[in-house]
Design a protein around this ligand. Sequence first.
Ligand code: PMP
Length: 423
Amino acid sequence: MQTESEQLFEESKKYIPGGVNSPVRAFGSVGRSPIFIKKAKGSRIFDEDGREYIDYVCSWGPGILGHAKETVIEAVKAACDDGLTFGAPTRKELEIAELITAHMPSMEMSRMVNSGTEAVMSAIRAARGFTGRDYIVKFKGCYHGHSDGLLVKAGSGVITQTVANSAGVPEGYAKYTLVAEYNDEESVKQLFNAYKGQIAAIIVEPVAANMGVVPPKAGFLEFLRDITQTDGALLIFDEVITGFRLAPGGAQEYFHIKPDLTTLGKIVGGGMPVGTYGGRREIMQCVAPLGEVYQAGTLSGNPIAMTAGIETLKLLDAHPEVYAKLEGKTAGLAQAAREAFGDRVCVNQIGSLMSIFFTDKQVVDMDTAMTSDTKQYAAFFRYMLDHGINLAPSQFEAMFISDAHTEEDIRKTIDVIKEFAHR
Ligand code: PMP
């Protein structure tokens, strides 16, 4: 007997490539048919077969307060009554721009877009426009969305697709993307020596979370700040995951580093499709209509999306204790996983982000992440799912902990991890 999810997947495959609207959702690397989700509340998601799961995907990051937070939902419902989109400026766009600058003072000006991909693509165009340079440096295993020039040695779903670069990206375009090793200063120095004065920007996930979670080594982000400043290149922090998650002011607050440009997504949209990029005023003044870097959007700054974002940021502001609680819960979960598996795994954790890598190596970059036994991860994933716990369907993604995860949820999760580890 097929489950509802299996039936829906079969039908979806007829109309949607791979049956999904984003590749990792197909569960390709964990040997299962995906669960189709009907609804979600707090720390739980519910599938079409009526099964309930403690959710550690949290829609890949937006759900820092848990699913369907009442205050946010009520505000969104009220906003809908006033109209879904106007294509004209609104008070709410000003309000969220002010909130962003208040949290991340490096973002003196910002622009709303509709996804993290768009935010990064636009930030890079602004960096190129401002510096008059073409090359960018990214890190192997970091993911910055699916725009052409950034699908070079990218993380996230690109890893499990086993393609280093996407088909359909002209070589002449990808050649402007230079790739360095995460946490490896020497690899960055080499590029800056070889391309002196030609690099527009370094883009980095200040905490890498798309090859699994890999925190920066002490001094690495400071080094990136220094080398860009010396060369006249810009430093772009891709805080699509870390923004409002590591700290109210994101990784730049957590590590006390001021990037030139920042990209945001996920939490800033409170569950709606939103991305943002922004930074130093003189750079953002290059963007149209002020400057010659063109960037626009029919639905950018959409009033419903802005409402969800504003309410989420305001709730986080009203409950600053959330961050310490998240850190405590996540550290507890990480420690329990270390104790359960011993040196068979490497558990990386920072703030409310963590990954359990099935390797006995320290995971500090893409190469060490790739030493993980992905078959073990797949078995772990299936065991957890069968016992009511939803993890990311790939070794190379983060676990997201939300404010809605109770101590009881964490205890139950630890029990299932222990059962799996002892089998
Ligand atoms: N940057 C980072 C660091 C991300 O994690 C992601 C998505 N997971 C993106 C950019 C792209 O965002 P989106 O999927 O909203 O286009």
